[in-house]
Design a protein around this ligand. Structure first.
Ligand code: 5GP
Length: 183
């Protein structure tokens, strides 16, 4: 069996990565979405071990020391990381493994796994992105400002990526992202 592909999906907070991935994964049971670890608190409806592994900062730091992460980064005051071993296992089984991670993590993967495909999901505009982040209304003003700040930086880095998809109209964005991941 041939080895699978690792796909990094990056895009500013609120761009709709989760929504599009959910639709795509429903059509592609052969793909595997990596479950990250984070020190951020669960949002309502988020389940430990399903959306994230929710860890204390001390536990997260112990895993960094044990080199358990393929990559990790600090984002808007919290730590996020990709557990290494599930990625290796799934790729060795020939599956497409998707890492939904922010820019610094994507850059680390570019160094450690240069064959990984790097995909950036972009909003139609920064104004539309701000509207979507506010609509979600899970963060306070400080957190929203930090996320918008990082969004600007991520959008400016789009040229580093192999493929860019704009999340404008839902159906066409799903089709374009599916193509960017699997084709
Ligand atoms: P959120 O708090 O909205 O779930 O995620 C914030 C940001 O962290 C998003 O851009 C998301 O892609 C990123 N992220 C989630 N998991 C990881 C990870 O394992 N590593 C890195 N570097 N970023 C992650």
């Amino acid at each position: 069996m041939s080895i699978g592909r690792v796909v990094v999906l990056t895009g500013p907070s609120g761009v709709g990565k989760g929504t599009l991935l959910k639709a795509i994964l429903a059509q592609h049971p052969e793909a595997f979405l990596s479950i990250s670890a984070t020190t951020r608190s669960p949002r309502s409806g988020e389940v430990d071990g399903q959306h994230y592994y929710f860890l204390s900062r001390a536990d997260f730091q112990a895993k960094i020391a044990e080199r358990e992460f393929l990559e990790w980064a600090e984002f808007a005051g919290n730590l996020y990381g990709t557990p290494r071993s599930p990625v290796i296992e799934q790729v060795n089984q020939g599956r497409t493994v998707i890492l939904e991670i922010e820019l610094e993590g994507a850059r680390q993967v570019r160094q450690t796994l240069p064959t990984a495909r790097q995909v950036m999901l972009l909003p139609p505009s920064i104004e539309e992105l701000e509207r979507r982040i506010r609509e979600r209304a899970t963060e306070d003003e400080v957190a929203i400002a930090r996320r918008l700040d990082r969004a600007q930086a991520e959008i400016s880095a789009a040229k580093e990526f192999d493929r860019c998809v704009i999340n404008d109209q839902l159906d066409s964005a799903i089709a374009a992202l599916e193509d960017a991941i699997f084709a």
